[in-house]
Design a protein around this ligand. Structure first.
Ligand code: SF4
Length: 421
């Protein structure tokens, strides 16, 4: 164990779109007995207060494409308002991992590349054990920084963690975070627009024992506070939980999971936000596992109404698979919440119309969440540009939104995509 001073403060920025990652990160800090505080809104007074007590400050945030601009603004503000060598800024998360150079150019001292559960605490502890001299952290795996000549240095990647070794919640008495339970990390598919498999590789699963320990903890924590205890999950493809072969749901494991969950007095939300299901995993057999869940809405990645575009995306399913999922879900009394993606590379106006016509046809029997393609770092489409929207397509999107047939942050994504082109 490093001999660590306590002359520092860890300040983490709380953002509603990244707080699940913050849950895992703060849980890990707690495991390493590193105190921290989370802050919403104006960070400057908190940093100044810590500096006035002669403390070093390690300021951390998680970066996604949607939070990049605000992170850049906060980093600029720290440099402008404080500009002290005692403030060390550390950014992690999917976007930082995929494009560390950009984050360092924004002014961060370090980037945590890949999973932060071990790297972030080790970075803090190593700095704190060595009077915050940067030379001592330069060999830590999984980080990026700029050397004395302002060149980007990225150290070798760190081994992937076992999910069971890390809990997703933190119980710091002032800053508790209890996010949905991460069932799996990584994905066996390789969709060209998605960061998950390129950041995390093939799926790793949290064991049922570990899930149940977390459920018990959530019951203990929330019982005095709430009438209902809701258990939700994070998974790129919930019905892929514990699968041994890609595309073949492990119904025994899923069944066992459901049985264990329904032993408790909790409301179980499965296959719904913040997780999703691939359409071809929806069958009569897998839907029979949903008898006890509390959600009537199931999130499914349909992505396009064009088979050619699905193939370009490397989705590995067809439009017909999506339609079958629609029939099965509605016949079992569920409302499908379909995700669709427009503007992917090579998409023609005719193919955009195929997607919109499909959405109109599904109408209000489904809910359709429309997204606009943004090239993400580390994906095969990282250097591609989005296909522009035909003006008639844009008008139709407006009509569908007005008729409440589509939802989502389409306009915001369009704006971000135009900035990154
Ligand atoms: S979009 Fe879903 S299925 Fe495709 S790679 Fe990403 S997580 Fe996997």
């Amino acid at each position: 164990m490093l001999n660590v001073s306590n002359n520092f403060k860890v300040i983490l920025f709380w953002n509603k779109t990244t707080w699940y990652s913050l849950g895992a990160l703060t849980a890990s800090l707690q495991q390493y007995t590193i105190p921290y505080m989370t802050v919403k809104g104006d960070i400057i007074p908190h940093i100044q207060k810590a500096l006035s007590h002669d403390l070093y400050v390690i300021y951390g945030e998680s970066a996604r494409i949607t939070t990049l601009k605000s992170i850049e603004e906060r980093l600029k503000l720290i440099h402008k308002e404080i500009s002290s060598p005692k403030v060390i800024t550390v950014i992690g998360g999917p976007h930082a991992s995929g494009d560390p150079q950009k984050i360092l150019e924004m002014g961060a001292s370090y980037v945590v590349v890949g999973e932060g559960e071990v790297t972030f605490p080790e970075l803090i502890l190593t700095l704190a054990a060595n009077e915050f001299q940067h030379k001592y952290v330069k060999s830590l795996p999984g980080i990026a920084y700029r050397d004395e000549n302002a060149n980007l240095v990225q150290t070798p990647p760190r081994e992937r963690i076992f999910l069971d070794d890390y809990c997703p919640f933190s119980d710091n008495k002032d800053f508790r975070l209890h996010p949905p339970i991460e069932l799996m990390r990584g994905c066996a598919f390789r969709c060209r627009f998605c960061q998950v498999p390129y950041l995390y590789g093939n799926p790793r699963f949290r064991s049922i024992d570990s899930i149940m320990k977390i459920v018990e903890h959530y019951i203990q924590h929330f019982k005095p506070l709430k009438d209902h205890i809701d258990i939700r999950f994070i998974a790129p493809n919930s019905l892929g939980y514990m699968e041994k072969k890609r595309g073949q749901p492990n119904c025994d494991a899923l069944n066992k999971l459901m049985k264990e969950l329904t032993r408790y007095d909790v409301r179980v939300f499965f296959g719904t936000f913040p997780s999703e299901i691939r359409p071809e995993y929806i069958t009569d057999k897998t839907l029979s596992l949903f008898n006890e869940v509390s959600n009537r809405q199931i999130s499914v990645g349909f992505q396009s109404g064009s088979d050619r575009i699905l193939s370009e995306m490397r989705r590995g399913h067809s439009v017909e698979d999506g339609l079958q999922a629609f029939d099965l879900l509605t016949s079992h009394g569920f409302t499908p919440l379909f995700d669709f993606l427009l503007g992917v590379p090579t998409e023609t106006p005719a193919e955009q119309w195929e997607t919109l016509s499909l959405i109109r046809e599904l109408g209000k029997k489904a809910r359709s969440r429309l997204h606009y393609f943004i090239p993400l770092p580390q994906t095969p489409w990282k250097a591609s540009t989005s296909s522009p929207l035909d003006p008639d397509v844009q008008s139709e999107i407006g009509r569908l939104a007005k008729a409440e047939i589509i939802t989502g942050s389409f306009a915001k994504q369009l704006q971000i995509a135009s900035r990154s082109d």
